[in-house]
Design a protein around this ligand. Structure first.
Ligand code: HAM
Length: 421
């Protein structure tokens, strides 16, 4: 019986899966290089108010999902629930507004949400995200969307759609929300219990309810695009114009509202075409009030984040081939204590020469050591026995062909280096 298990909704990433993680992270870093984004790392926990202020009460994340705790000094902290608010906090704290704008930052960050675990939905997940701070130009929205698209394409994923919407700003949204509330109030008794409370606390989220009965009501709801102020309208038109210029296929989705409350104007999501309940691949948008809400000067921002677990799920589902992890080059097998000493020295000098080596350990027979070497997938086994010790040689076995030859110990490094691809 296993005494301890990883907490519900969390998981271990075993070595065989790390090839996927490495592949995705390398592509992410590459895309950030192409678009001029710099890395930023933030703490795994923050002042809890950072998230309640940014994401806002009335959202599932703040109301039901945040991991909040008091530390020993009584300060209320929260595990990182998402990546954007901490980036904005760091932008303000370190005076990054003094740099030429926009400041472009990316991150890999674990995020914690107390959700009901299911395929692609965890309580600890890992995000790759990027944020461009200090610029309101709709061309930047289009560029962020293009960057997300190019990232997924570079991974070999192609079966997704990009959905966009504009949810307006603080001057035009309140009028729309009134209309939305009036519409939903007519169906109050048909709403699920979550939507009943959304109606009072966060009406925009009504549009996002996944229940069939609530979706039906959403279908006839007023569309926000028709109630945008003229600046928001122009901004949204320009986002679409630039996306068209860039040849990015997108779908307008009038019901797209996102699960966090800091967004203004552009919101977008990347949806796998075959969803089977795993949720969106990634999402983002503009948040022109967030930095000010967090105590900074009025500063626009736009960004995107995607969950690495969902990407990997889709890579597996779409059977994308990823590069294999490199195997160690050689295994050193030995027989007897004196050969073991020789093997230890040899392993150390091979590693100093940048060759990756596994040294046999324990008191195992030569046969067991060879079997172990085979299971590790090494190209060579170096064997040291009594005879090799006596004449300062080694036996070099090439695993692919099952052939072996004896050579002077002093030549081994050179020979292995030459055979290295
Ligand atoms: P989000 O949509 O909450 O947005 O999360 C971004 C992505 O993280 C999702 O699209 C999904 O791939 C992944 N994700 C979210 N929750 C889970 C979960 N429980 N399990 C597995 N994966 C999950 C944000 O967090 C915003 N900060 C995105 C953003 C950046 N907006 C502007 N800039």
């Amino acid at each position: 019986m296993v005494l301890y298990k990883a907490p519900r909704g969390t998981f271990d990433i075993l070595p065989q899966d790390h090839a996927y993680w490495k592949f995705v992270k390398e592509k992410a870093v590459e895309i950030c290089r192409l678009y001029g984004y710099q890395p930023l790392s933030t703490p795994v926990f923050e002042d809890a108010r950072l998230f309640t202020r940014a994401i806002v009460q009335g959202t599932d994340i703040v109301d039901k999902e945040m991991y909040v705790f008091k530390d020993r000094s009584g300060q209320e902290l929260a595990l990182r629930a998402e990546g954007t608010a901490p980036v904005c906090r760091a932008y303000i704290e370190h005076g990054l507004f003094n740099l030429p704008q926009p400041v472009k930052l990316y991150y890999f960050a674990s995020a914690f949400r107390y959700e009901r675990p299911q395929a692609g939905r965890f309580r600890q997940h890992h995000q790759f995200g990027f944020e461009a701070l200090g610029e309101a130009d709709p061309a930047l929205d289009a560029e962020v969307i293009e960057m997300a698209q190019r990232f997924f394409l570079s991974l070999g994923l192609s079966d997704f759609s990009i959905q966009i919407n504009s949810i307006g700003c603080r001057s035009c949204r309140p009028g729309y929300l009134e209309l939305l509330k009036q519409h939903y109030a007519k169906y109050r008794n048909h709403l699920c219990s979550d939507c009943q409370s959304r109606l009072a606390r966060n009406p925009l989220r009504l549009l996002d309810c996944k229940r069939a009965s609530c979706q039906q009501i959403a279908q006839s709801a007023p569309q926000i695009a028709l109630y945008l102020c003229s600046q928001c309208q122009l901004h949204f038109q320009n986002v679409q114009r630039y996306l068209t210029v860039l040849n990015i296929p997108f779908e307008l989705n009038h019901r797209l509202v996102r699960g966090l409350d800091y967004y203004t104007r552009t919101v977008f999501e990347v949806e796998p075409r075959e969803t089977t309940g795993q949720g969106t691949l990634g999402g983002g948008g503009r948040y022109d009030n967030l930095i000010e809400d967090l105590g900074g000067k009025p500063t626009p921002g736009v960004g995107f984040a995607t969950g690495l677990e969902r990407i990997i799920l889709n890579l597996k589902k779409q059977e994308v081939k990823i590069p294999e992890s490199p195997k160690p080059m050689a295994f050193i097998a030995w027989v007897g204590e004196a050969a073991k000493i020789q093997g230890l020295r040899l392993a150390s000098s091979l590693r100093a020469a940048q060759l990756s080596v596994i040294m046999g350990t324990g008191d195992k027979s030569l046969k067991t050591q060879l079997r172990h070497a085979d299971s590790l997938g090494v190209s060579y086994v170096v064997i040291i026995g009594e005879k090799e010790l006596a004449d300062n040689s080694v036996v070099l076995r090439e695993m692919k062909y099952g052939t072996q030859k004896t050579l002077p110990l002093g030549q081994l490094i050179q020979i292995l280096k030459e055979s290295r691809i």
